[in-house]
Design a protein around this ligand. Structure first.
Ligand SMILES: Nc1ncnc2c1ncn2[C@@H]1O[C@H](COP(=O)(O)OP(=O)(O)OP(=O)(O)O)[C@@H](O)[C@H]1O
Ligand SMILES: [Mg+2]
Length: 297
């Protein structure tokens, strides 16, 4: 199954399609971003641009540096060197909190729902412009009551969309792994991000919910949100992404539309090693033991 309404390449990319190619309308640009852990170079991205308003998949084998790259871009980790900007604004050295304020929100490979809060409390925490944040608003009761009501309404609408409304008053700790992933995504949407970065949104989600999750992601795009997601499920990648960026050993080794990238020799080699000609469209999650070290705990 492929993305039915594919966007033509010349509307996405300037010039030749190649690793690090320039985009017509990039929302995020990274330059020379490097992160080493001791002797290991986890991320070494020379140049990459994320197209605005589209769904971009970031793929690559276990340990390729995808999560570390997410951590760096969103301020959860610091690179040894490099620069990156979001909507023309330099983000290097900026705290995750400020990055989020600018409209760039990420979710985690290992979910970060606060277990001892209820589902609705978790959702409320995802909102920007909390009533208590402004001294003035916090003093004027009608203002914060109104804002709190607005936040709860948005939260309830999202919980319904993600089929978590029945769990509204339950502690996040009582949710299944998949439900927690959904909660994390729903919470990320509370702040109406311009760019949402999802680290393996499908991992652990009940197959009965995966179709609706795909639909949510497509809806985000229709509403003008840019999506960047890490995923091992190649069917999902093919199905919803407009553009695919491939990382291996910390570097961007290929990029392009899903139909061509998954046939690219560099991609096949990166996933399977040389001497294989398996179509990645038939491949799902790699069977290897998955490294979780890169996730910010
Ligand atoms: N905090 C850390 N300390 C040491 N090494 C780390 C740390 N975080 C990540 N690494 C290493 O950096 C490399 C990249 O890891 P990362 O988690 O970014 O990969 P990934 O592409 O997200 O993999 P996966 O698909 O398994 O999630 C791996 O070799 C990993 O072991
Ligand atoms: Mg990862």
């Amino acid at each position: 199954m492929s993305n039915s309404k594919s966007v033509s390449i010349d509307k996405i990319c300037i010039g030749e399609v190649a690793p690090g190619c320039r985009k017509v309308d990039p929302i995020l640009i990274a330059d020379g971003v490097k992160r080493q852990f001791g002797g290991l170079t986890a991320v070494d991205v020379a140049h990459v641009e994320i197209p605005r308003g589209l769904i971009t998949a970031l793929i690559g084998p276990n340990g390729a540096g995808k999560t570390t790259f997410f951590n760096l871009l969103t301020g959860f980790d610091k690179p040894n060197q490099g620069n990156w900007s979001f909507e023309g604004q330099n983000l290097a050295g900026m705290s995750p909190y400020k990055v989020a304020r600018l409209g760039m929100i990420r979710t985690f490979q290992l979910t970060k729902a606060l277990s001892l809060l209820t589902v609705i409390e978790n959702m409320r925490l995802g909102a920007q412009k909390q009533p208590g944040e402004s001294f003035l608003t916090s003093l004027i009761r009608p203002l914060w009551i109104r804002r709190e009501k607005e936040i709860t309404e948005v939260a309830d609408t999202l919980l319904k969309r993600f089929k978590l409304d029945a769990k509204r008053e339950d502690y996040a700790a009582s949710l299944s792994g998949g439900q927690r992933k959904l909660l994390e995504m729903a919470r990320a949407l509370m702040s109406e991000p311009k760019l949402i970065m999802l680290d393996e949104p499908m991992a652990g989600v009940n197959p009965a919910l995966t179709q609706s999750l795909l639909d949510h992601i497509k809806d985000l795009k229709s509403n003008g949100t840019t999506v960047l997601f890490v995923e091992h499920d190649m069917h999902m990648v093919r199905h919803i992404s407009d553009w695919v960026i491939v990382m291996a050993e910390g570097k961007v080794v290929a990029e392009g539309p899903p139909s061509t990238v998954m046939k690219d020799q560099a991609v096949i080699d990166a996933y399977l090693g040389a001497h294989h000609d398996t179509d990645l469209g038939t491949m799902s999650k790699p069977a290897s033991t998955r490294s979780k070290k890169g996730d910010t705990k």
